[in-house]
Write a protein that binds this ligand. Structure first.
Ligand SMILES: [Zn+2]
Length: 308
């Protein structure tokens, strides 16, 4: 795949719909379209990106967008590709306003694109985290934040918009997050069990809800004071705290507000960029496009409302 140093280079390469169609055909079918209804590999090319199956008794039409996140969308593939590239490369994230400006689309379109693209960032294979795993909880939103949020408070959303996120990070490996309703042991501990291997060496702070984890984990180190980590050698939660600071910079600097309906999508976005930090921009782009095959997220699923 070509090397793209910037969004401009990417859009220069994917200069029109046909270039994007060729790319998707190659990625989906190795260049030879296959009927999704009967798996026949002989098709008529009706028009760019549209095909008709040659198999007798099938003869169905299908498009290059079939069974992808773009299936219900009329937005040019070039815009989709540009947006995917921007989300996989923007370290702190990208607001829908910024996306709209960069791609010359409306903010509403940008918002939908962004949330659909975040489906590419959902972890596909969820296995327990291993080795040395740091666990910590983070609070975002609510009153600690900036004016933008407090303006929203007046509209009655703010009191509830302080989110509790529990995060786990493997030293040198993956990060994972979960949005929690509270910090009770009954809530936090199952999240730990679901995400951290019983053989892992767990490191947490002294939050009361972690205290009895030693009953399940043979190796559990509690770091008493976050600020004294320097004196405690490998027993620290710096890695997860470093990740929280990236997330919080994105929250405060870029997004400024995340509703509880969508916060996990943002978590997935930040986790994806972290988990692919050693991968090149092109590989992330290709990987995200692959991840968007077989994924559907319609208007109602995204907003909880019928499309007008
Ligand atoms: Zn067919």
């Amino acid at each position: 795949m070509k090397h793209f140093k910037s969004i401009v280079q990417l859009l220069d390469h994917f200069k029109d719909e046909q270039t994007c169609i060729d790319f998707l055909e190659q990625q989906k079918w190795n260049g030879q379209p296959v009927c999704p209804h009967c798996q026949h590999d002989q098709v008529y090319r009706v028009k760019p990106g549209k095909y008709r199956c040659k198999a007798k008794g099938c003869c169905q039409y299908f498009t290059v967008r079939h069974n992808t996140i773009y299936a219900d969308s009329r937005i040019p593939l070039r815009i989709w590709f540009g947006a995917i590239y921007l989300y996989t490369t923007s370290k702190k994230g990208l607001s829908s306003v910024q996306l709209a400006t960069q791609l010359n689309i409306t903010q509403k379109t940008a918002w939908f694109l962004a949330h659909r693209i975040r489906e590419a960032f959902v972890e596909k294979v969820v296995t327990p985290l291993e080795g040395v795993v740091e666990v910590d909880e983070m609070y975002v939103g609510g009153l600690e934040s900036n004016k933008h949020i407090s303006k929203k408070d007046k509209e009655g959303r703010g009191q509830n918009c302080k989110h509790i996120i529990i995060g786990f990070v493997e030293r040198g490996g993956r990060v994972r997050m979960k949005h929690l309703p509270n910090t009770n042991a009954d809530t936090m501990q199952p999240a730990v069990f679901q995400n951290v291997s019983l053989d892992a060496h767990l490191i947490s702070d002294a939050h009361a809800s972690y205290k009895t984890l030693w009953m399940v984990y043979d190796n559990h180190t509690i770091v008493k004071n976050h600020s004294s980590y320097r004196t405690q050698g490998t027993y620290h939660t710096n890695t997860i705290e470093g990740f929280w600071s990236i997330f919080k910079r994105g929250y405060v600097g870029i997004y400024q507000y995340m509703s509880k309906e969508h916060i996990m999508r943002y978590c997935n976005e930040f986790a994806y960029r972290y988990n692919t930090r050693r991968v090149s921009a092109e590989e992330r782009f290709e990987d995200s496009i692959k991840n968007l095959q077989g994924v559907h997220l319609n208007y109602k699923q995204l907003t909880g409302k019928e499309k007008k």
